[in-house]
Design a protein around this ligand. Sequence first.
Ligand code: AHR
Length: 497
Amino acid sequence: LRATLTIDPSFTVGDVDSRLYGSFVEHMGRCVYTGIYEPDHPSASPDGFRTDVADLARDLGVPLIRYPGGNFVSGYRWEDGIGPVSDRPTRLDLAWRSIETNRVGVDEFQRWAAGIGSETMMAVNLGTRGIEAARDLIEYCNLPGGTYWSDLRRKNGASEPYRIRTWCLGNEMDGPWQIGHKTAYEYGRLAAETAKAMRLVDPSIELVACGSSNSSMPTFGSWEATVLGETYDQVDYVSMHAYYEQRGDDRDSFLACSVDMDRFIDAVVATADHVRAVGRRKKRINISFDEWNVWYLKRFEGEANLPIREAPPLIEDVYSVTDAVVVGNMLISLLKHADRVKIGCQAQLVNVIAPIMTRPGGPAWKQTTYHPFALTSQYGRGTVLRVEPSSPTYETKWLGEVPLLDAVAVHTPDDGVSLFAVNRSQTSPMVLDVDLRGWPGYRVVSHVALADDDPDAVNTAEAPDRVVPRSLPTPAVDSGRTSVELPPLSWNLVRLG
Ligand code: AHR
């Protein structure tokens, strides 16, 4: 196989917003309890958080974390999670039929996130609640003091406001599974009025309206058009969510799922721009892709009628090399759309379809998917460059004919160019001819690849480093051209400088 691409400083897409490398912590399964928080764990800090998990999360590079849900937020009373822990109620969470002890709430989470260098992206409950609970929460979080809620935060130990910048107006409100599910018009009106009240408390915030839960929803497209029709002037982003999995043995289609992600993004951008045109508006609505990942949802669907439990193990998918290549490719898709996709949250951070796994009382380790995320977050900062790849194609059952290569480059001033590339061929290496026009004197600094003789290999507590990125030989650059060999079924980072 042979493919070509060009890295030219003039082919810019846009600057990467660091929030593109966000993550997501939901009160779901073992993400919070026995995930980030486990007071009895040997590594626990005085406030009960696992420092081994915090270290892995910090190294993953997640400048933003969405919290506290997810479906959970649509039944959540945020006031249950503040004040003395012994006074906090134990509730039944209907989203996951779980016991919620409220030992972790807004203040604990905010301290934890700040400690690992992340800002919080807070979601408000527009399922069972509405304007009042949302304006109280933002007053609690963002007002310096002098009012009931801001003074209560100070009393609870935070003298400075949290100044949370990015807020989600509910979660997946188009989904019939959502507690308080609404029609597009009902949701659009509530979101617009909630946004108005929240901005009266803090005009500096940025707001995300709910888009569709996925592109297969029967209301997809019309949902975005109606919701943005009601909220356009009040919000900054519309959300997107997408989860992919391999169906049966159709790995070829699964490896191409970021083609679907590209099309999905293009469709939502077009819909937002349609509403802009109809309203003769100047402002553009951008995308918050605030849930994305590989999720073997078909397996979970078998777990209907969950028994009521506290911190049950839910959707703890174990990720393979193939899954990691797909995750790396999804990040390429987000980068290719960096002009319009400003926020991305891989769902979720720990245990629940997560790059980090833990055992209660035991170790924490990196899943295969941790690696492409960490490297993209580390090196994918700066200006995204279109690379105009030309590659052989292959036929998929799901998406028809798709390219075997996907790639994007990011120019980081003072630190060179990082090329991210995926070879979707399960059997053949690919020679990638790179035209480095416009980068005189550049050489190949390094090439790391995530690939394996066994595409189903996974990391476990016993073998946490079974799958790690490996360095490959660096080819010479001759007359502004080089040729890099991409292993079969691989995600690659080639650094040039
Ligand atoms: O991330 C798991 C769940 O997936 C979230 O709670 C929900 O928003 C989505 O359907």
